[in-house]
Design a protein around this ligand. Structure first.
Ligand code: UDP
Length: 538
């Protein structure tokens, strides 16, 4: 046995007896396979069949109990990528009595988190699909602590970024291949299966062209809690005091090159009067890159996975993403979406090469590096003539790959001009005052008083108290929005008011019932909830 599972001793006979008598127990969260995470006791895995096994006994539990809907299409997504048909989880069912005829189970004593990594060789995928989701899945379940063990079932080898996965728990993560060395039938004492998707912000274009997720649920705060954890594990300290400001150019050295990098660095240094340094994944350790980026004022890089490192930029910094010829920056926005998440407090700037003269194409490379020699002549010509890659689905669109793997001579004046439209003076981590966006509570004690003048005129005096949380907050501007709706009508009259009372006379009729809706607004855009509707009869 090449893999030590744990120092924790378990009573083998007791464990075996419990498995035979109690079987597998499963309780899940989530209503659909795409938002489900399951907690198991005694989930097993046959390394010969390469299948998970659920043992039925008198005490086993399976919630949800979906019947054959468990296969339509699966019990849950094993990776954080939504509904990907190569990433499904399911199990095979057996009676616990079958254990008599099966290989002796090997018990996994650690609490396990079982999941698939999506693309462990691409840094964007590593952070977005795996590290952040694993970190926050572990935050969701308190027994998934640093002593938990990660099991990666996608079948890849460690990959180039395995050291990053190792930071998430104190135990060595295990890969599917390694399970064979542990035994023929593994039984996880306690395990969680699946990953939270709550932190993901991008969809890669499997069913519709790529773009930000429709309903983003993460803010810069949670991203930064995660990067703080990673930096502690990497032994990178945040140097608050480091005085010198600088720009980082993150370069690629294999493909999608910046051809005039030296010129670019000089120009940036001169324009912003700042030291400008280059880093690359090939020439720097991961910790060094994190250390440099976490204190940088600006990060400049070609579009590509390395830009996910803007996760580590300090608040107030600027991200400058360079796009090769014919690639519309608006169509490829994983890093723009990241930089502009609420509370990330980064400035984002896209620059695109619009000059054919400044691009170098590689039509003769293999297809996966953007070659197009395998296509028919007319298609090759169309692609070469085209000035913009049309929107497309992932992942093998030859026109996209052809353009994505061009090298670019960056037009310096054009780039500086674009940056200067956003960065007016010096770029950089401004010591921002905490502008935490806290929302108002409901207004309180709303009252109305009607007065009727004659048969056609009436007035409605409405008053209310400030939201309860306002007295503990420093808010720049407090306003109130009041909607007045005649009962039974679909329309209403909206008002924005600065005081806690107002007498409405416009369009107020006598002997009518009005519904009055009131909410508080902080700083123009922080809309609170409406208080319970107020019924006012004139
Ligand atoms: N990569 C790199 N230098 C290069 C080319 C790629 O470090 O010159 C890294 C890149 O950051 C990513 C991985 O190799 O983590 C795969 O790159 P690819 O071009 O396939 O993906 P993309 O960057 O377009 O997402």
């Amino acid at each position: 046995q090449s893999q030590e599972l744990s120092q924790v001793q378990i009573d083998y006979h007791a464990a075996l007896q419990a498995l035979v008598e109690d079987g597998t127990r499963m309780v899940c969260t989530g209503r659909m396979h795409t938002d489900r995470i399951c907690r198991f006791e005694s989930l097993c895995y046959s390394t010969e069949a390469e299948e998970f096994v659920y043992f039925h006994s008198n005490s086993s539990v399976m919630l949800p109990n979906l019947g054959s809907r468990r296969f339509q299409p699966a019990l849950l997504d094993l990776s954080s990528v939504e509904d990907h048909n190569t990433q499904y989880f399911n199990f095979v069912e057996l009676p616990a009595a079958a254990l008599k005829f099966m290989p002796k189970p090997v018990f996994v004593p650690d609490v396990a988190l079982i999941a698939n990594r999506f693309n462990p060789d691409n840094l964007m995928h590593v952070f977005h699909d795996d590290l952040l989701p694993i970190y926050y899945t572990m935050q969701q379940f308190s027994d998934l602590d640093l002593e938990a063990r990660l099991f990666f079932m996608e079948g890849w080898s460690e990959g180039v970024h395995f050291d990053l996965y190792k930071l998430l728990s104190n135990k060595q993560p295990l890969l599917r291949e390694q399970l064979k060395t542990l035994g023929r039938l593994l039984c996880f004492t306690k395990s969680y299966v699946g990953l939270s998707k709550i932190t993901t912000w991008y969809q890669y274009g499997f069913v519709q062209p790529q773009g930000p997720k429709a309903n983003i649920l993460v803010s810069g705060n949670e991203i930064r809690q995660f990067t703080k954890f990673m930096m502690q594990k990497l032994n990178v300290s945040l140097e608050e005091s480091s005085s010198e400001e600088y720009i980082v150019v993150f370069s690629r050295t294999i493909n999608r090159l910046i051809l005039n990098e030296a010129e670019l660095i000089l120009a940036l240094a001169q324009e912003f009067q700042m030291k400008t340094i280059t880093v690359s994944l090939e020439e720097h350790s991961f910790s060094d890159i994190v250390r440099l980026i976490s204190n940088a004022s600006m990060l400049v890089s070609m579009h590509g996975a390395q830009l996910v490192m803007s996760l580590f930029l300090p608040r107030g910094a600027t991200v400058v993403e360079l796009f090769p010829y014919a690639i519309n920056p608006e169509h490829y926005t994983p890093y723009k979406t990241l930089a502009t998440l609420p509370g990330m407090d980064l400035q984002y700037i896209a620059w695109q090469n619009t000059d054919r003269e400044d691009t170098i194409t590689y039509p003769d490379r293999p297809w996966d590096q953007g070659g197009i020699a395998h296509l028919d002549k007319t298609e090759q010509e169309r692609i070469i003539k085209s000035t913009e890659v049309p929107r497309h689905l992932c992942c093998r669109n030859p026109e996209w790959l052809f353009r994505a793997y061009q090298d670019t001579k960056v037009n310096i004046p054009s780039l500086i001009h674009v940056i200067r439209q956003t960065v007016k003076s010096k770029p950089g981590p401004k010591k921002q005052k905490w502008s935490g966006s806290l929302y108002p509570g409901k207004v309180r004690d709303a009252k109305c008083q009607a007065s009727v003048q004659g048969t056609s005129e009436a007035k409605l005096a409405v008053s209310w108290q400030i939201p309860w949380n306002l007295k503990y907050l420093k808010v720049r501007e407090v306003k109130y929005e009041v909607w007045i709706q005649e009962q039974g009508e679909n329309t209403y009259m909206p008002y924005i008011l600065s005081h806690q009372n107002h007498t409405f006379s416009e369009n107020i009729k006598p002997f009518t019932i009005y519904l009055v809706w009131i909410r508080c607004i902080f700083n123009k855009n922080l809309l609170g909830p409406f208080a319970d509707v107020l019924l006012c009869s004139t």
